[in-house]
Design a protein around this ligand. Structure first.
Ligand SMILES: Nc1ncnc2c1ncn2[C@@H]1O[C@H](COP(=O)(O)OP(=O)(O)OP(=O)(O)O)[C@@H](O)[C@H]1O
Length: 682
């Protein structure tokens, strides 16, 4: 029912009501679909049913999420479409989902549609034919405000958007939210980049890298749904707490089919092996070094032997002979072609059979494909293949490399020094694959070996977050999974806290197999208030030379507090006076002590950064090593010096502290009794 009013807010509310009703009708249509006769086979019927179920789920009218958050009025109908009646086709509402009325007319456009793009990109200097951009403000699902920009009106002064500021300032509890209503132009460029382009984004803390990566996946799924449905998409993150924190974003954008995993989970699944041991930092560093790829390649290829004898094959009354040197040539050709070991092993019998068939033809016979296959499968040919190109079990191969000094020395000759070889080997040789003391870095080696034998399947697109922490071998593991697809690589060199953290994105991209991909930089910080980012940025010259400090879109004066009494519980009580979540970040070695202090003070807190904060339980206690990628409204950092000392070297320690200091959205309290690291002094 249309309201009899000219009040723009009422009119917009009416459109919202009508859009909600239309969405409910769309959902009903899907629920009422008669699926009994839809498909001939049981399998395809199940597929269709699954799709309909997903569709119903994505159409769920989430009461808390605004159905549309913006509107654009174009000066001309986009794409030269004919002008319509009534309010004309040049007015578009932009929202999370496409909604149409019973007649198929769009009520809300998906934010990813091309026609929505100017909502994000138009400016006064480049209005992109937008006469009016309207942003909507909501409170608990109710449309309560709007804000207009007439981009082509020279008389109108540019003002900062209050709604945008309010959105960014909103207190946070619970998992990460989508930013679909407020994606910034420089972020939008990354989100909408072509699917064929691999892109690397360097960005200071809180510049929206994670948010942009997730929205990019949603955009690609919209623009290339069929293709990506076949090939798949994957988001790789640093740990389970992080993955848990971001896991709601894609479903809130209507995308349910994106896999999320850590590198450890990827290689664990592929190899079927579990981590049972740990490495020293040196051993892990060496095992993650790109030279190990060469060692493994050599070890796999070392199984190819010389042909010792000619082949003699008896068929019926005739004997066919392929001389030793010709067989050797076939083997050499396969070696030269750099095929996967397993594929070459599969090809060899056919090549030998071909040599036999050529002889048959020369002798006047007319053998067909069946004969060729029979020859390829014959015992003498099989015997040659077994002797010259034996099957290789990748896990056993790595086990042998890490257990058998001679075998490793042969494969690592000219690549690793003796000392390095000793560091790489396990202390005690392992007996079996199931009981070996596999470390996280070892499983990456097995994953590489698997790929040397048989090509790893590639996905359509992979988003790699917190990428700075990966070793070259881990980059290779991720790269294998997007070898025929593309990738979005997100990270911050200054936040690299592994001993093997990457020194440059060019190098990282090389290991990923995406040499020469573009590197973009995001510098506008949306999370951390200026005062806090300026404080944390004092560390930058000591941890990443040449990186520009982030700016901040948020002033929030008075957001930084220092307490020298070391009283964490008092600091937490102070933080609880503010709205939103509180993260208490402490050196890993201090966890037990701070836990007791909080318990003694009667502070209720969550002990797991993967657990979701709620209004009742707003405090999370977490070790510094798990803080990466997370954020809290208020952060209490306990004893910065001990956080620095918890790492193997000073630079890594200061980087860890930089990560920890940049988790705060509204306020940061630094509490200590030990003197602060001198690098933090102004
Ligand atoms: N355009 C935006 N509008 C509103 N909020 C935004 C925008 N961009 C980013 N944010 C918010 O800023 C915060 C930081 O974003 P995000 O976690 O993606 O940053 P990051 O660059 O990955 O940070 P870090 O390097 O510390 O992991 C999040 O709460 C995110 O929702």
């Amino acid at each position: 029912m249309r309201p009899t009013t000219d009040d723009p807010l009422e009119l917009e509310r009416a459109h919202l009501r009508e859009s909600r009703a239309a969405l409910r009708a769309m959902r009903k249509d899907f629920e009422n679909l008669d699926l009994t006769d839809i498909a001939a086979s049981w399998v395809s019927a199940e597929v269709v049913r699954g799709e309909v179920r997903d569709r119903i789920k994505t159409l769920a009218d989430l009461a808390e999420l605004p159905l549309f958050f913006g509107r654009v009025d174009y000066l001309h109908p986009p794409g030269g479409a004919p002008a319509g009646e009534d309010d004309g086709p040049e007015r578009y509402y932009i929202g999370r989902r496409h909604v149409h009325d019973a007649g198929g007319e769009p009520m809300v456009l998906d934010w990813r549609a091309p026609v929505s793009q100017p909502f994000y990109r138009a400016s006064r200097t480049e209005p992109l034919d937008v006469a009016l951009r309207r942003r909507f403000g909501y409170e608990r699902g109710e449309l309560t405000a709007y804000e207009d920009e007439h981009l082509t009106d020279p008389a109108e002064a540019a003002t900062a958007s209050r709604l945008l500021a309010a959105e960014i300032e909103k207190p946070r509890v619970g998992p990460m939210r989508d930013i679909v209503a407020t994606i910034q132009p420089e972020q939008d460029v990354i989100v909408r980049m072509d699917i064929g382009d691999t892109l690397c984004v360097q960005g200071a803390p809180g510049t929206g890298k994670t948010a942009v990566g997730l929205h990019r996946v949603a955009y690609l799924l919209y623009s290339h749904r069929e293709r990506l449905k076949r090939t798949g998409t994957l988001v790789v993150g640093p740990n389970d707490s992080f993955l848990h924190y971001i896991e709601q974003v894609l479903p809130s954008l209507g995308e349910l089919d994106v896999a999320q995993a850590t590198v450890g989970e990827l290689v664990g699944k592929q190899t079927g092996l579990a981590v049972r041991g740990t490495d020293t930092a040196r051993a892990a560093g060496l095992k993650g070094d790109a030279r190990m790829a060469e060692v493994l390649r050599g070890a796999v290829r070392s199984h190819v032997g010389r042909v010792e004898e000619s082949l003699v094959l008896v068929r019926g009354s005739r004997r066919w002979r392929v001389p030793q040197h010709e067989l050797q040539e076939l083997v050499d050709q396969l070696l030269e072609r750099e095929m996967r070991y397993g594929a070459a092993r599969d090809a060899l019998p056919q090549r030998i059979a071909h040599a036999v068939l050529t002889r048959m033809e020369l002798a006047g016979e007319a053998p067909d494909d069946r004969v060729q296959n029979a020859v390829a499968r014959s015992a003498p040919v099989k015997a040659v293949v077994k002797a010259v190109w034996p099957a290789v079990d990748p896990a056993k191969l790595v086990l042998r490399l890490l257990s058998d000094a001679e075998f490793l020395a042969a494969a690592a000759d000219g690549l690793l020094t003796e000392d390095e070889q000793a560091a790489v080997r396990w202390a005690k040789p392992a007996r079996g694959v199931k009981t070996a003391p596999w470390t996280a870095a070892d499983l990456v080696l097995v994953d590489e070996a698997l790929d040397l034998v048989e090509r790893t399947g590639s996905l359509g697109h992979v988003v790699l977050d917190e990428a700075q922490d990966l070793s070259p071998m881990q980059y290779r593991a991720v790269g294998r999974r997007c070898s025929t697809g593309s990738a979005t690589v997100l990270g911050d060199i200054a936040q690299g806290t592994t001993p093997w953290a990457t020194g440059s994105w060019e190098e990282a991209l090389l290991h990923l197999g995406k040499k020469g991909a573009a590197v973009e930089e995001l510098t506008a910080g949306f999370r951390v208030p200026k005062e806090i980012i300026d404080y944390a940025s004092r560390l930058l010259p000591h941890i990443a030379e040449g990186l520009a400090p982030a700016s901040s879109v948020r002033e929030a004066l008075g957001s930084l507090t220092r307490r020298e009494d070391g009283d964490v519980a008092a600091a937490v009580r102070g933080a609880l006076r503010h709205e939103g979540s509180v993260g208490v970040i402490v050196a890993d070695a201090r966890m037990a002590q701070v836990r007791s202090a909080l318990e003694a003070a009667g502070v209720a807190f969550l002990d797991d950064p993967g657990a979701e904060t709620t209004q009742e339980r707003r405090v999370t206690l977490l070790p510094a090593s798990l803080a990466k990628g997370l954020e809290y409204d208020h952060v209490v950092v306990d004893e910065p010096s001990l956080i620095v000392e918890g790492e193997p070297d000073r630079r890594t320690g200061l980087r860890r502290l930089y990560v920890v200091l940049t988790r705060a959205v509204s306020g940061l309290t630094v509490v200590h009794s030990v003197p602060l690291p001198e690098e933090l002094a102004a």
